[in-house]
Ligand binder design. Structure first.
Ligand code: C5P
Length: 227
């Protein structure tokens, strides 16, 4: 069977990673959550007080990018690869609303993008990979054999993210989550370097009214047509 690259892009909280993980497991492919990599850099910036409510030491963060090593390690108990920053598992530390709040400004920096895109391209060089993010089909793998662009209404997405955060024990309001989702979408779609846009050859899937199984079956069908 031929191995391909599957790029899944889309707005925040469209459920890309849930589907991407399951698709990768189904095809026996590697799954890479590129959002986790931007979140890892943001976590580093927050820990080192390089970004906060009213400051962003961009130059210092850029100068310190060499101190950041991001790796993934498959955790059999959860069924996917968790993200590590300099050897420390930060999978749950990067899923907070605080990191979500600062990640889009960090992701506008070209130097950050360059570092992470290089690593992503290396991870996918042998194909057999499902990668999700914002610029996978446009910048990271413009020649990906299958490109998906996921959408859903902002309210549907905020409701999903709100439930997910509550389930993890975070205390926050639905309005805070909605505000975060719409602000991130705006920054991600309007930034100069690699804005979130649908690649011309991407297949758009609006999953507002689709179950996870329906989405997964659709993606498996699309992948199998190529493989
Ligand atoms: O996918 P997730 O919501 O975890 O991504 C967090 C943020 O990382 C996005 O809102 C975006 O700012 C940034 N990102 C990006 N390019 C990617 C993946 C994520 O700019 N390929």
């Amino acid at each position: 069977m031929k191995k391909i690259v599957i790029a899944i892009d889309g707005f925040s909280s469209t459920g890309k990673s849930t589907i991407a993980k399951q698709l990768a497991n189904n095809l026996n492919y590697i799954y890479v959550d590129t959002g986790a990599m931007y979140r890892a850099v943001t976590y580093f910036a927050l820990k080192n007080e390089l970004i906060g409510e009213d400051f962003f030491k961009q130059e210092e963060l850029i100068n310190r990018l060499g101190e950041i090593t991001i790796t993934f390690k498959f955790n059999i108990e959860v069924g996917f690869a968790e993200v590590y920053l300099n050897g420390k598992n930060i999978e749950s530390d990067i899923r907070t609303l605080k990191v979500s709040k600062f990640v889009s400004p960090v992701a506008t920096l070209s130097e950050v993008r360059k570092k992470l895109v290089e690593q992503q391209q290396l991870m996918g060089k042998d194909k057999g990979i499902v990668m999700d993010g914002r610029d996978i089909g446009t910048v990271v793998f413009p020649d990906a054999e299958l490109k998906i662009f996921m959408t859903a209404s902002a309210e549907t997405r905020a409701k999903r993210r709100y439930k997910e955060l509550l389930d993890r024990g975070h205390q926050l309001s639905y309005d805070e989550v909605l505000e975060n989702v719409t602000t991130r979408d705006h920054i991600d779609s309007t930034r100069e370097d690699s804005p979130l846009v649908k690649a011309d050859d991407a297949i758009e899937i609006d999953n507002s009214d689709m179950t996870i199984d329906e989405q997964l079956n659709r993606l498996i069908e699309l992948a199998k047509e190529i493989i």
